[in-house]
Design a protein around this ligand. Structure first.
Ligand SMILES: *Cc1c(COP(=O)(O)O)cnc(C)c1O
Length: 398
């Protein structure tokens, strides 16, 4: 296989070699179960707790407010189902948004089978949730508001502090899926004011299969997994020690590199965006112009299918993503692109390029070199790309 140009960092990031090094002993000689009582195990217990402190520091939480999970998906599921079950006597209503990750949306949908009602907040064309609709949606029996910190597809950053302010006036818990912002933006759970927050290892140069849920002290939440007394009775199961050590190291590195990574990645992303806009006509950039992740570029190339762009980029060694590829086997555009009210035929041509700290100018140059030709060729073959511009279909986006 030739060189890989990896521009799909919102799907996963490469493991930082320093993280791999930190993890290695725990896949070898430091294999003890941290729950055992002998010294060998108690040392490993101490190292697990040190990792918990590293994660807590990254988000300004107390270590006992951090629960290790198997990733962002489990953290989201635990927050949504755990609060709904714990508050089932008082609350039977959850508010979330149309653009959440499926880990939140599907968990909410599952709860509907248990009599929980779910309100989905609309977003504007930039992907920002409507706070006026939120205020009106709040009911006496609302037990949780869950809105993501930044969207993984279009990068829009949501007004979490404002949501918290509205929610707390009514005594309602707020959860945020911060998988895309932890390690990228400075996160302070006290400043954000959230009650629960999800994060994931493999989005911050850590390993896959490990994540964490911040649960503010005093928040009522049932566990998802029952068994032993791990994680202060909030998540049973022998700890994923190598994963936890890796997440701790990734958190420590993220904190140290936060501003230098942002500076570097933003320059690359902006050059990529400018270069594409200069070289290709009829490209529309999605997401909020300012309130957006600095590593993400989501754009629609009018007249072509996201899938065909990806296949052609893949042929050149470029790894990217499309808003219609997430739901594999389906050609429906993503729920996020439909929620920002893009017409179907535009949403189909979406391309997401997301960068990480290991990207270089070469990655940007490669995309700028191959994408204009790919676009021109595909448009030349496209029935959607008529002589007088694009043909439009009559169906609406919702
Ligand atoms: C990746 C991602 C998740 C899922 O995290 P996993 O660790 O892969 O389970 C959840 N939410 C968002 C916003 C994500 O980007």
């Amino acid at each position: 296989m030739g060189r890989i140009y990896y521009l799909d960092s919102n799907a996963t990031t490469p493991l930082d070699p320093q993280v791999r090094e930190a993890m290695a002993p725990y896949l070898a000689e430091r294999f003890a179960n941290p729950s055992s009582i002998y010294k060998f195990a108690q040392e490993v217990r101490g190292e697990v707790e040190a990792a918990r402190e590293q994660v807590a520091q990254l988000i300004n939480a107390a270590p006992e407010e951090v629960i290790f999970t198997s990733g962002g998906t489990e953290a989201d599921n635990t927050a949504v189902k755990g609060v709904a079950f714990a508050l089932r006597d008082k609350g039977r209503h959850i508010i979330t948004s149309h653009i959440e990750h499926h880990a939140v949306l599907s968990a909410c949908q599952y709860l509907e089978g248990f009599g929980v009602e779910v309100t989905l907040l609309p977003v504007d064309r930039y992907g920002i949730v409507d706070l006026e609709v939120l205020k009106k949606a709040i009911r006496r029996d609302t037990c949780l508001i869950t809105v993501m910190h930044a969207n993984n597809e279009i990068g829009t950053i949501e007004p979490i502090e404002a949501i918290v302010q509205i929610a707390h006036e009514h005594g309602i818990y707020v959860h945020t899926d911060a998988v895309q912002t932890v390690g990228k933006l400075p996160i302070d759970v006290k400043e954000l004011g959230v009650d629960l927050l999800s994060l994931s290892g493999h989005k911050i140069y850590g390993p896959k299969g490990i994540g964490a849920l911040y649960v503010r002290k005093g928040v009522k939440m049932d566990p998802l997994l029952h068994g032993g007394h791990h994680e202060r009775n909030r998540r049973a199961g022998t700890e994923n020690v190598p994963g936890i050590i890796g997440l701790g190291k990734a958190a420590e590195i993220a904190q140290a590199e936060l501003s230098q990574n942002e500076r570097k990645i933003r320059v690359l992303r902006d050059r990529l965006e400018q270069g594409i806009l200069e070289r290709i006509p009829e490209v529309y950039v999605n997401g909020h112009p300012e309130k957006k992740l600095f590593n993400t570029l989501n754009c629609c190339l009018k007249g072509i299918e996201g899938e065909s762009i990806l296949l052609n980029l893949d042929f050149e060694g470029v790894c990217a993503s499309s808003g219609s590829a997430c739901t594999s086997g389906s050609l429906d555009p993503s729920h996020v692109l439909l929620a920002i009210d893009l017409p179907h035929e535009v949403a189909h041509g979406s391309l997401r390029l997301s960068l990480n700290k290991f990207n270089t100018d070469e990655d940007v140059d490669k995309v700028l070199e191959v994408l204009p030709g790919i676009t021109e060729r595909l448009r030349g073959m496209s029935p959607l790309w008529g002589k007088q511009g694009t043909k439009t279909r009559s169906e609406s986006a919702d």
